[in-house]
Design a protein around this ligand. Structure first.
Ligand SMILES: [Fe+2]
Length: 290
């Protein structure tokens, strides 16, 4: 197994690891170390199966259950696809089920809107389109490091509020009453230090709707500033998918977004598993706000 950095401190590629053959605790150790060091790990692989993806994901921790509104709701998979889960046919671009795609094109950190924030997401390419559908990842760790000392001091102790009802409203999507029933507005610490190496990052992106205790205009202006700052080209890696690729990103230290492909003509199937951050509970006491 070989770990090759993409950049001095953000992103790396791992070759020579066959996830489908099963990954032992000893084999996982350097994967976890690379994840903590680089925030983004790309593993070149044969396409995973649902079973091998779950087994691999569980090395990071417990997989979250996927929320209502996703075609794979109730399972551990967030299915990102234009292929109907039941019929195998492509879903028309204007179908309600394709709204997630528009939502995915906003910079965001997965599950920031959940009472317990996420450690990481693991996205596996099962079917990729001939063109388009790249994923962009921005490092909020690099972005944080590049802030002025005054800005760092200003935001150090802040908590932000997050809501998926908010982020989806930005693209004109309304949840049904049933879907909204278990959705909360939550509060998390904005600046977070990685327990393994102390590197600080920020939990920002489309789900972040305000700074706790602030007027929303002012809170959003700060959050948007921070997001614009972190998504400058020098902090962004753009991944062109190859069949079977597995990408792991640190939701504590990255925001990401999807880019378009021709969903009317091409088929795309990505399966995502998401792991809750075991350290989040202590950091974000009383996370549920409303
Ligand atoms: Fe996402």
């Amino acid at each position: 197994m070989e770990v090759t950095p993409l950049n001095a401190s953000f992103g790396c590629e791992i070759t020579g690891l066959d996830i489908n053959a099963g990954v032992s605790a000893a084999q996982f150790k350097p994967v976890r170390a690379a994840f903590e060091a680089y925030s983004l790990v790309i593993i070149r692989s044969k396409p995973l199966t649902d079973e091998t993806q779950i087994a691999f994901s569980e090395h990071f921790g417990k997989c979250e259950k996927t929320l209502k509104g996703n075609p794979a709701a109730g399972s551990v998979f967030a299915r990102q696809s234009n292929i109907d889960i039941n019929t195998g046919e492509t879903i028309p671009a204007d179908d309600r089920r394709m709204f997630y795609q528009k939502a995915n094109m906003q910079w965001h950190a997965d599950s920031a809107f959940k009472p317990r924030a996420s450690l990481c997401s693991i996205l596996s390419a099962r079917e990729i389109p001939g063109a388009g559908g790249d994923t962009e990842i921005a490092s909020t760790r690099l972005g944080y490091a590049a802030l002025s000392d005054a800005r760092k001091a200003e935001i150090e102790a802040l908590y932000a509020e997050y809501s998926i009802v908010w982020s989806r409203s930005l693209i004109g999507y309304q949840f049904t009453d049933e879907e909204r029933a278990d959705m909360y507005r939550v509060r998390h610490k904005l600046v977070r230090a990685n327990p393994a190496n102390g590197a600080k990052s920020m939990l920002i992106g489309a789900h972040a709707m305000n700074i706790a205790g602030w007027e929303q205009d002012k809170g959003l202006a700060l959050l948007n500033d921070l997001c614009d700052h972190c998504t400058q080209p020098e902090f962004v890696y753009r991944h062109q998918w190859q069949d079977g690729d597995v990408m792991i990103w640190d939701n504590r230290a990255c925001v990401h977004r999807a880019t378009p492909y021709d969903a009317g003509a091409e088929r795309r199937l990505m399966q995502r598993t998401t792991i809750a951050d075991p350290a989040a509970e202590a950091l974000d006491q009383e996370a549920v706000v409303a």
